[in-house]
Design a protein around this ligand. Structure first.
Ligand code: NIG
Ligand code: FE
Length: 412
């Protein structure tokens, strides 16, 4: 089955040759074709070009998108969207003066979500999570990574990962799963962190790998959570079991998380609100993608990742939502793209690259999504009529999406 989209005002993020990611000065380049067509065959992008070169085809469904822009769907490479319940009481506590760290020290924060998750059935967890997944698809996300990490014991971590697996089977977008057993130290191990790490290493990682429930392994490498040495140890075992590291670093303190990530060839190091010159140096010439999460900075009122400095130093950058109940309860990538421009001082070209091709790379999906390239999935956004792609980040708080297509089919 072929579908031909004609009269596209501007076809954005067209990459003729497959590429892994863009970095440094190249992030400012966003190739487009004005007055374009796009041909979809069997769920894949099979051709595109200028309207003047549009092929005459029989038996093809034609969709006229005059005045509208087409771009690849957003690639959200960092979420925790499978969770139980919500945490708006902590939101109010923070307005009244408590910090995220203080709430966590009182046994709130991640441990609060872990408590809720222990008692919820797998079915109910699936039902709550699928509502969020469907909402982000309608907001233009066409590939997503989802973490465990609110289970913090074997049974509950497996429950989360099975829900992620089921979402991946039931929905048309690619979903990557990350095992984040090292997200917090459970209450019962608060004076005996090493015992929990031993359980992670001896029981949880082997079981997760055995059941093939995760692609990646994550650790919250942070003061008061898991140290650099803990992270090193956990990643060592994780990689032995075939899980690729993709870790939380430098959110509140810079303690060497970037370096331990690079040491283990992490696919990405995420957060980076607190970043030192030596951290930027450590990332140069590596294949580790730095990922900024401006929704978390916005919501918690913590510093924004210094994207300008990083890109001007030649680094690549991806942006993602961090969708979770504690530090970023929004999965809206349109807002993230706006925030990247407004708060991280990225240009629209840089922000769109960060949210598409670089986001795809940060979850190992650069061969399938992230650009308009022949052979990739036909996952794309058709905008409402807009004057230029600059309007996307400019119109913050609104989105300009008319339709989202996954594998060439419109999302109802
Ligand atoms: O990425 N920093 C660690 N994990 C999440 C927050 C989790 C939570 O508060 O529930 C984050 O910000
Ligand atoms: Fe996170």
């Amino acid at each position: 089955m072929q579908t031909l989209f004609i009269n596209i005002k501007e076809l954005v993020q067209v990459r003729e040759k497959p590429m892994s990611f863009v970095g440094g000065k190249d992030m400012a380049i966003l190739p487009t074709i004005k007055d374009a067509f796009l041909l979809v065959d069997n769920g894949l992008i099979s051709d595109y070009g200028k309207m003047g070169d549009c092929p005459e085809l029989k038996d093809v469904e034609v969709v006229d998108v005059s005045g509208k822009t087409v771009l690849p769907t957003w690639c959200d490479s960092h979420t925790h969207l499978v969770y139980a319940g919500t945490r708006e009481a902590e939101f109010v506590d923070r307005i009244n003066g408590l910090s995220y760290e203080e709430i966590a020290q009182r046994g709130g924060g991640i441990l609060n979500s872990a408590k809720a998750l222990q008692y919820i059935s797998e079915e109910e967890l699936y039902s709550q999570s699928k509502v969020r997944l469907e909402a982000i698809i309608r907001l233009g996300t066409g590939a997503v990574e989802i973490k465990s990490g609110y289970g913090l014991n074997l049974a509950s971590e497996l429950k989360m990962l099975r829900v992620i697996k089921r979402l991946n089977e039931d929905y048309a977008l690619p979903i990557k799963a990350t095992f984040l057993g090292a997200h917090a130290i459970p209450q019962e191990f608060k004076d005996n962190k090493n015992e929990y790490i031993n359980i992670l290493i001896d029981e949880m990682i082997p079981r997760v790998a055995d059941e093939n429930l995760a692609d990646f392994i994550d650790v919250f490498c942070e003061t008061g959570y898991f140290s650099v040495e803990d992270t090193d140890q956990i990643l060592d075992i994780g990689t032995k079991y075939g899980l690729i590291p993709k870790i939380h670093v430098n959110q509140f303190t810079a303690i060497g998380g970037v370096q331990v990530g690079v040491k283990h060839n992490a696919l990405s190091v995420d957060h980076l609100e607190e970043i030192r010159d030596q951290d930027i140096e450590a990332l140069k010439q590596t294949k580790t993608m730095p990922v900024a999460l401006p929704g978390c900075s916005y919501f918690l009122g913590i510093p924004y990742t210094p994207a300008r400095k990083m890109i001007d130093s030649g680094l690549s950058l991806a942006i993602a939502t961090d969708y979770n109940p504690g530090s970023a309860p929004s999965g809206n990538m349109n807002f993230i793209v706006s925030s990247a421009c407004i708060k991280l001082k990225m240009t629209p070209e840089e922000a769109i690259n960060a949210a598409t091709i670089n986001g795809a790379y940060a979850m190992g999906l650069e061969g399938q999504v992230g650009s308009i390239t022949k052979g990739k999935l036909a996952n794309f956004i058709v905008t409402k009529p807009i004057s230029s792609y600059n309007f996307l980040p400019y119109s913050f708080g609104n989105h300009c999406i008319e339709n989202v297509y996954l594998k060439g089919r419109v999302v109802e």
